[in-house]
Design a protein around this ligand. Sequence first.
Ligand code: AMP
Ligand code: GLY
Length: 435
Amino acid sequence: MNNVLLVGSGAREVAIAKKIKKSRGPLSLFCIAPSTNPQIKPLTVSYFERSLRDVDEVVSLAKKLSIDIAIVGPENPLEIGLVDALEEGGILCVGPRKSVAKIETSKAFARNILDLCDPEKNPERMEFSSLVGVKSFLKNLGEQYVIKCDGLMGGKGVKVSGEHLNSIHESLSYAKSIVDSGGTFLIEEKFLGEEFSLMSFCDGTYCAHMPAVQDHKRVFDGDVGPNTGGMGTYSFANHSLPFLSKEDIAAAQKTNERVALELYKQTGEKFRGVLYGGFMLTSSGVKVIEYNARFGDPEAVNVLSILETDFMDICKAIVSGSLKDLKIVFSRKATVCKYAVPEGYPNKPSRDFEVVCNTSLDGLYLAAVQEKNGVLTATGSRTAAFIGIDRDIVVAERVAEKGVGSIGGKLFHRKDIGTSALISRRVKHMKDVLS
Ligand code: AMP
Ligand code: GLY
């Protein structure tokens, strides 16, 4: 398996590319993505700018390059069946086929899978394609609800009562906007508690779990503002989080294992890739917020930075179904990762402004940028992440803060992620919820 193809070009894919290059085997790395990431390009033999929507073109290029194994980073190509087509072309893939990637691409499907294998982790909920019955369901939920547009929305299609929706009237107009654009939506009971992400490498029947990470979806400090793709993440040296018990982590791991097996049972297709459970610890135990069918972005930066096992060995074990025979080790270090995003993000992001940074810095992970004649410009989504890694999370946070603050441009970032003050607030909040 010498010819390795990486699909995608965000910060998550920079983290994957760095790991592939550290693999001990002789290999040639290729990348296909809609735009050129200036940190990935120098790690490749060849880099191809192609639309990932053009599945036939990507597969034919991969065949021409004699790719042995492809690693698919983002969710959109999974949804349109890129993995199905690559595998039919004889190329092994780390990333699930369309029928099982549905665990991310359809929120209703994910809830139904969970009903079959771990129902108590589901919220009370209902699916809608019109406004009929919406008002009475919102009232049934005691006006504590979440409205989720069904489909891939880059983390931005979810609105929570009391935060983004402040009256039944506002909620009905959000629901109407989804219906008017031809979409369907889910209304769910609103959970109260602390969120965490638990990702597992999965070969279809066995899950090897990664350290727990906490992401921050709201755009501003103090968790206010609209939802985003994620503003930053932290993880602890003990691979848990200070508001979680061993039992909570075990419950989340068990759910990922059950979901992987249920997907196989329901579709006949093995989920090969990274299964990402988004959880919330509540007063009635661990609950599921959502599932993703890939590495989180930037969660991949946290976990891959401390992965000690050869990443290509893991990829090979995923495609050959032998994960349970591989010992996967993460170093006992804390990580804090912060994203710099354009002013106005996520609703009206500035774009086309210059981004000034030293691209060879170890902790820097470029995302939505392009390079022309040596000048980096922002393309409007999350721009660049910076990670700090240390045994002590206080030090990791300082490194991340200094690094992300040094990126020049019309950018901002959350200063609170990973700070002692924020973590103490999380612990206190969880205590209050549990008491
Ligand atoms: P999702 O895209 O499903 O991860 O949702 C984005 C964010 O909305 C999550 O990270 C949570 O903060 C919030 N959220 C989603 N579903 C729920 C729920 N049932 N209860 C409370 N918060 C939720
Ligand atoms: N950081 C959240 C995600 O990747 O979906």
